[in-house]
Design a protein around this ligand. Structure first.
Ligand code: SAH
Ligand code: SF4
Length: 350
């Protein structure tokens, strides 16, 4: 399969253009078309000579992915189902707010972590996304933005476990962040992990400093193991790695807790979270579970009522923690990441 330009670093694009007989300024033009104008074909690169475009096209395409389907929710959320060149599919979601427009992107086709409540993990992982496939989601989303909107924030909270694909994620974020790439500030980029301490160390070593969110879900090991069955690291080690990240980067970590009624929203569960996080500088983001039909049917999980969520939040605050509660978005469609792909797989197999 031909490689895509989005998979190449800036230096590799320089080298390629030179091999094809082009000059350094033409490499910059190609980079500009790719990342600033969002060109998806060589034909669009109008100021690049035809012979150079033809030479580049011999062994390369511009991008990997195309938009297969756009699902518009009433609140303005747009969910994009993307088709990759091997016919696999992934999702990304545009979430507009008053002053912000956030894009949620995926890092793997499926996910190997298999959290009990998550649609992305239901069928394991098919493969890692390449750096180009990760970065392209930003370009494709930009092409769908409503007038006068631009992407202000990026969250790596779509399908897949980012720490298990750092070889794809780190170069992708570099291209998204780079001034010669898409040029998005690192402070506007947040990566969420279900907790892999060793990989978090490697993520911490990367320059620049992105924000880190840790999907903790429970403060004690036994309950966490029920929710995240494949995670082998103790809660203590995950929190220690996140705290080291804070120490190195000076970025406060957010802990996410997907709330499931009667499973991890009981008074004792609030106590164990308070005990685990103690007086660490952090914020706990409570995420009311977004029901996934198949999971409701198989496991009987439920989203807690607003009253239960508020009382859980109050218990955490009473224990000295900073708490936010995530507002439901795109709830009129398959809102949780992984669900659009699930529907598409269903449709393909029926
Ligand atoms: N694998 C990473 C990032 C992708 S999941 C992680 O787990 O952090 C991003 C967030 O969505 C995680 O906090 C995850 O727990 C949450 N999530 C997954 N399925 C959900 C659902 N059905 N409803 C609400 N949140 C969900
Ligand atoms: Fe994977 Fe995150 Fe879903 Fe867990 S919540 S299965 S880690 S995508």
């Amino acid at each position: 399969m031909q490689r895509a330009l989005t998979d190449l670093s800036n230096d590799a694009i320089d080298a390629l253009v030179s091999e094809c007989g082009g000059k350094p300024f033409q490499a910059r033009q190609v980079l500009h078309w790719l990342w600033k104008h969002g060109a998806d074909s060589f034909e669009q690169m109008r100021n690049v000579p035809t012979a150079l475009r033809a030479a580049l096209a011999r062994e390369h395409v511009v991008r990997h992915a195309t938009i297969n389907k756009v699902d518009d929710a009433e609140d303005g959320t747009q969910k994009l189902l993307l088709r990759l060149r091997d016919n696999e599919t992934v999702e990304c979601v545009i979430i507009p707010d008053e002053e912000r427009t956030t894009l949620c992107i995926s890092t793997q086709v499926g996910c190997p972590v298999a959290c009990v409540f998550c649609a992305s993990g239901m069928f394991g992982v098919r493969r890692n996304l390449t750096a180009g496939e990760i970065a392209e989601q930003v370009l494709l989303a930009q092409s769908q933005l409503r007038p006068n909107r631009r992407l202000t924030n990026l969250v790596v909270m779509g399908m897949g476990e980012p720490m298990l694909n750092l070889d794809g994620l780190l170069p992708a974020l570099a291209r998204i962040h780079d001034a010669d790439g898409i040029g998005m500030g690192a402070r506007r980029i947040t990566v969420s992990t279900s907790g892999f301490p060793r990989q978090m160390e490697r993520f911490a070593a990367a320059d620049p400093s992105y924000n880190l969110a840790v999907s903790l879900h429970a403060g004690d090991d036994e309950l966490r193991k029920r929710l995240v069955p494949t995670a082998t690291s103790p809660v203590r080690d995950i929190i220690a790695a996140a705290h080291r990240y804070f120490g190195q980067k000076g970025r406060e970590v957010t802990y996410e807790v997907v709330l499931l009624e009667g499973v991890n929203d009981r008074p004792d569960d609030a106590v164990s979270l308070v005990n685990a996080l103690g007086s660490l500088p952090c914020t706990v983001n409570l995420i009311p579970w977004n029901p996934v039909e198949e999971i409701v049917a198989q496991k009987g999980l439920r989203r807690p009522s607003v009253v239960r969520i508020d009382s859980f939040a109050d218990s955490l605050r009473g224990g000295g923690l900073k708490v936010t509660v995530r507002r439901q978005r795109g709830a009129d469609r398959s809102a949780a990441c992984g669900q659009l792909r699930l529907r598409a797989l269903d449709a393909a197999s029926s």
